[in-house]
Design a binder for this molecule. Structure first.
Ligand code: FES
Length: 57
């Protein structure tokens, strides 16, 4: 599912960034993938995916 339409980023891509690239918060996710740096509508959803992926580890 697409989370960030502005950048075409899926939940899968976010989970992969957390698991494989060491992304641990929204700031790092923004730096890595650009998520949230345009309209910002995806920030809440992206944040919860980052949090839940960390909890699952
Ligand atoms: Fe992510 Fe717009 S949907 S910045």
């Amino acid at each position: 599912m697409y989370v960030c339409l502005c950048h075409g980023i899926t939940d899968k891509a976010i989970k992969q960034a957390v698991r494989e690239d060491g992304v641990g918060n929204m700031r790092q996710l923004r730096e890595a993938l650009g998520v949230g740096d345009q309209c910002g509508k995806c920030v809440r959803m992206a944040q919860s995916i980052v949090d839940n992926t960390i909890i699952d580890e």
